[in-house]
Design a protein around this ligand. Structure first.
Ligand code: CMP
Length: 140
């Protein structure tokens, strides 16, 4: 069954550049409601656990190094068709391929420093949201 929630992170590049506020504004203006939100900093081990699904990929080490290189913002977002609509809002993983006006088109620097993460399925949205937030850290 499709759910109406997705999970996102504002990555260290965008957080460090002071773009968190602009990105959250775009997210809210696109109709997403914030269900949970926190600023935090991942250790390399925690980043490795979060991205375990990519552990066999050649970029896994660099991904974990990058995601633990500075603070991030993690959030659960709610909207009808949340996963697909959020992926449209953020644009392609590689910013060179991200459509004009998308978050990655505006703020990403490279395929690693690509400003934001967005869940790729309802199942992963639930897993990723649960990874970061307990029930007491959510509005609902
Ligand atoms: P994200 O949506 O957070 O999911 C995994 C991340 O791996 C992805 O964004 C990219 O930042 C990073 N990555 C680095 N190289 C690649 C690649 N070749 N293909 C997909 N993702 C990559």
């Amino acid at each position: 069954m499709a759910t109406n929630r997705t999970f996102t992170m504002i990555k260290p590049d965008a957080f460090g550049a002071g773009n968190s506020g602009a990105i959250l504004k775009m997210i809210e203006e696109a109709g997403f409601k914030i269900v949970a939100l926190k600023a935090t900093k991942l250790t390399k081990e925690v980043a490795g656990k979060f991205y375990e699904v990519h552990s066999a990929r050649p970029f896994y080490g660099e991904l974990c190094d990058f995601m633990s290189s500075g603070p991030i913002i993690a959030a659960i977002l709610e909207k009808e068709n949340a996963v697909a609509d959020f992926r449209t809002l953020i644009g392609a993983t590689n910013p060179k391929e991200a459509a004009p006006g998308t978050i990655r088109n505006l703020f990403a620097k490279s395929i690693d420093a690509n400003a934001v993460h967005g869940s790729d399925s309802d199942e992963n949205a639930a897993i990723e949201g649960n990874f970061f937030f307990s029930q007491f850290e959510r509005i609902a």
